[in-house]
Design a protein around this ligand. Structure first.
Ligand SMILES: O=P(O)(O)OC[C@@H](O)[C@@H](O)c1c[nH]c2ccccc12
Length: 394
């Protein structure tokens, strides 16, 4: 590996010449491969427009070179973000790698890890598609309109509180029951799929919370399902099961009635997790932060303010499921830190039997996230009874 010695941001306060249409700021300052480099970014501002709203139309006259320069900076920043993610052990690249823009003369020797624009695994493919999808959705609803829509959104309910209450009441891991029609690994799980009926059956069976898949392309889910379940009067708090790659999606999920969202550590660098946690707090969403391996767990344990961690037994890159993953990540010092920080742990995926539940409970989880084994049953209420080996309503 090339010697990536240190990557650090130093964002200087803008040196603004009020009479100028262009602001110049130095950011970031980077020591890469032993060399310190300062990027100079140009931000175009037309009189009367909001700062930071860069648009090619803002340039006139000698616009071509400035547009080129902006494209280059944009590329550099994206490439830099992937570099930072890689230093945190994140293998998922947020976008297909692209070479530098034509005539690139920038200071970086970015390594292109995959010249072909093919995703390396299913999670990467999902994330690349999500990025495109979100870009399109953002064109239809600006962040400003979403913020406004928050005022009329159904009020957030206490997702974490519902899990804790259920655990105290039953002495068993609280159930987050997943409304899931299909998945890339298992195909269609329930042919005759009526999301509201499934949700109501879960509630009747004693689920503490529900998880509703909203990704359409890979899971045949939708935000309509989420909205319909919420407006049908289901009382269980709802997790919006999405691949979050942009803070915009948090606002969107909240306007559709979500009480919680999933943040996947394999996809989001630490800075994004911290930023998104803040937004979640601000708008009343509970964040379920998902990890799959030791590195992701350690990264998340180093971040303050995480109250809910899900350990996914399914490797989203290979689809392999192994429930001993939950145990492995809760052993020793990690388990101790989790107890000290009073983090509630959710065991996710691949849970089918009372023995599975007992195994992950023994490992230290106080909640479980279950889809396949209960959504496949003709009567999902009965599916819950079978999963626990008893009635959990009592
Ligand atoms: O159907 P299962 O094996 O019971 O798994 C449910 C849930 O854990 C799984 O759907 C899941 C966990 N994390 C995810 C992230 C994205 C999509 C799906 C998931």
């Amino acid at each position: 590996m090339e010697a990536l010695m240190h990557v650090g941001f130093r964002v200087y306060s803008d040196s603004i010449n009020p009479s100028s249409r262009f602001k110049s700021c130095k950011s970031p300052s980077i020591l890469m491969e032993g060399r310190r480099t300062n990027l100079t970014c140009i931000r175009a501002q037309q009189p009367g427009t909001k700062e930071g709203s860069v648009s090619a139309t803002a340039f006139s006259g000698s616009s071509d070179s400035l547009v080129e320069e902006l494209k280059t900076k944009d590329w550099e920043i994206k490439a830099l973000k992937d570099e930072i993610a890689a230093t945190q052990g994140i293998r998922i690249r947020r976008r297909p790698p692209t070479g530098p823009p034509l005539h690139y003369v920038g200071p970086f020797e970015f390594r292109l890890q995959n010249e072909g624009n093919t995703p390396r695994n299913i999670l990467e493919e999902i994330v690349w598609n999500k990025d495109t999808e979100v870009t399109r959705m953002k064109e239809k609803a600006s962040i400003y309109s979403l913020k406004k829509a928050l005022e009329n959104a159904p009020p957030p309910r206490d997702f974490l509180g519902a899990l804790k209450a259920s655990y105290v009441r039953t002495g068993l891991p609280a159930l987050i029951a997943e409304v899931k029609k299909a998945s890339p690994s298992r195909g269609v799980l329930r042919e005759d799929f009526h999301p509201v009926e499934v949700a109501q059956a879960y509630e009747k069976g004693g689920a503490a919370c529900l998880s509703v898949l909203t990704d359409a392309k890979y899971f045949q889910g939708s935000f309509e399902n989420l909205e319909a379940i919420r407006s049908a009067g289901v009382k269980c708090p709802l997790l919006c099961k999405e691949f979050i790659v942009d803070a915009w999606q948090l606002y969107y999920a909240r306007t559709k009635g979500a009480d919680g969202v999933l943040l996947i550590a394999a996809v989001l660098p630490d800075l994004d997790i911290k930023y998104m946690l803040k937004i979640c707090k601000m708008i009343g969403l509970t964040a379920l932060v998902e990890v799959h391996d030791e590195n992701e767990m350690d990264r998340m344990l180093a971040i303050d303010g995480i109250e809910l961690i899900g350990i996914n037994n399914r490797n989203l890159e290979t689809f392999e499921v192994d429930i001993s993953n939950t145990k492995k990540l809760l052993e020793g010092k990690r388990g101790e830190t989790i107890r000290q920080k009073d983090i509630l742990v959710v065991g996710e995926s691949g849970l089918f039997t009372p023995a599975d539940i007992a195994y992950v409970q023994e490992a230290g989880v106080k909640a479980i996230l279950v889809g396949e084994s209960i959504v496949k049953q003709k009567d999902p209420t009965e599916g819950i009874r079978q999963l626990f080996g008893k009635d959990i309503l009592g």
